[in-house]
Design a protein around this ligand. Structure first.
Ligand code: FAQ
Length: 322
């Protein structure tokens, strides 16, 4: 029902009395709940963002899942398995939050599998070595937390509440990733080189995770007015750089950016230009792993058809018995 609107630009321009009351509630930091009146554009914006977030968690299981069988020790394998399962859980809470807005989960799944819905650009890059698993935890989960902590204060109650638990788990993920990278950096020269290579490949795609620059972010103004977003894309990107650069320097790693420098006046780490052409290519389906990721999700969906059929048959039997 809402899929036609996936790519439309929403505005908060409605001036009806309901819309005015709604905006006053938002301004007063009131939480909006599923049965409350809300502008259709607010509902569509949330369905778009929450479902794309859910898809990101589900597709995000694939790059790391690739290393479960090759983790270097039983301890590492148990932690990675738990992390990937957490990501599956995050996807499910988020689909449930989206469903409270009146959209069916089957429709959201169909949008992902047909390629109509986006998921985070970062999951279209390959995991080539074990250091990539540490680096994903350190940087990708680190970026995810930076973006998601403010979402715990999102104006829509079910999304905000789901984010509280998700952020606690992401925080553990970030620490386990940093600990993997730290272990490699304290290991042999080959291990340290592996960590450096992973940082070289993941740094720029992680900066792209925060979305287009503010001037090109079509949804930001409206989403900030509705307090779905609390910070702009560039604002969060800068917070992430400021938090992460000292962590990398502590490990003795070098960031792949010749322009990176600390600006005494502003107190921020300044970074070089981001390759937005690469970002656009990845979003258009032309990243290193886009096709592979969607094929893996389609196969998982087809392979799971018998589970859905069995659950429906069981539910029908229960109804007859009742
Ligand atoms: N990738 O106007 P804006 C994770 C799209 S979860 C792909 O700025 P908005 C956990 C955007 O959708 C990571 N598309 O949009 C984990 C829009 O297209 P549309 C996911 C992107 O919504 C860790 C268009 O560009 N997190 O990592 C990206 O105001 C490790 C214009 O952009 C979330 O989803 C991108 N990077 O701001 C799992 C958090 N950036 O929809 C496994 C919630 C932008 O019109 C392992 N989402 N686009 O077709 C958000 O905070 C926001 O939606 C943004 C984008 C900030 C992502």
């Amino acid at each position: 029902m809402y899929s036609q609107a996936l790519n439309t630009k929403e505005t908060a321009a409605d001036t009806s009395p309901e819309a005015t009351r709604f905006q006053a509630r938002i301004d007063a930091e009131d939480r909006i709940e599923p049965n409350d009146w809300m502008p259709e554009a607010y509902r569509r914006t949330l369905i778009r963002q929450i479902s794309q977030h859910a898809h990101s968690e589900i597709v995000g299981m694939l790059p790391e899942g690739n290393w479960i069988t090759r983790a270097p020790s039983l301890r590492r394998k148990a932690a990675l398995l738990a992390k990937v399962q957490d990501e599956g859980g995050h996807g499910l809470y988020l689909y449930a939050a989206a469903e409270t807005l009146g959209v069916a989960r089957e429709e959201l799944t169909d949008q992902l599998l047909s390629g109509r819905a986006k998921y985070s650009s970062i999951f279209n890059y390959p995991t080539l070595t074990w250091a990539d698993i540490g680096t994903i935890g350190w940087l990708v989960d680190g970026a995810a937390i930076m973006n998601q902590i403010p979402l715990c204060r999102c104006s829509f109650g079910p999304y905000a509440r789901a984010m509280v638990r998700i952020c606690r788990e992401e925080s553990f993920h970030q620490r386990q990733g940093y600990e993997i990278v730290m272990t490699l950096c304290q290991g042999t020269p080959e291990q340290k080189a592996m960590a450096q290579d992973a940082l070289n490949r993941w740094w720029w795609p992680c900066l792209m995770m925060f979305g287009p620059p503010d001037g090109a972010s079509e949804h930001s103004d409206t989403s900030m007015r509705w307090k779905i977003k609390r910070f702009s894309n560039d604002g969060l990107r800068q917070k992430f750089v400021d938090a992460t650069v000292p962590q990398g320097r502590y490990l003795g790693l070098t960031f792949p950016d010749p322009d990176l420098r600390f600006d005494d006046e502003s107190g921020h780490w300044r970074f070089g230009p981001i390759d937005w052409d690469e970002f656009r290519r990845v979003l258009a389906g032309d990243g290193p792993c886009n096709r592979e990721r969607l094929e893996a999700r389609r196969k998982a969906h087809d392979d799971g058809a018998w589970v859905r059929e069995a659950a429906l048959a069981y539910a029908a039997k229960q109804r007859i018995a009742a």
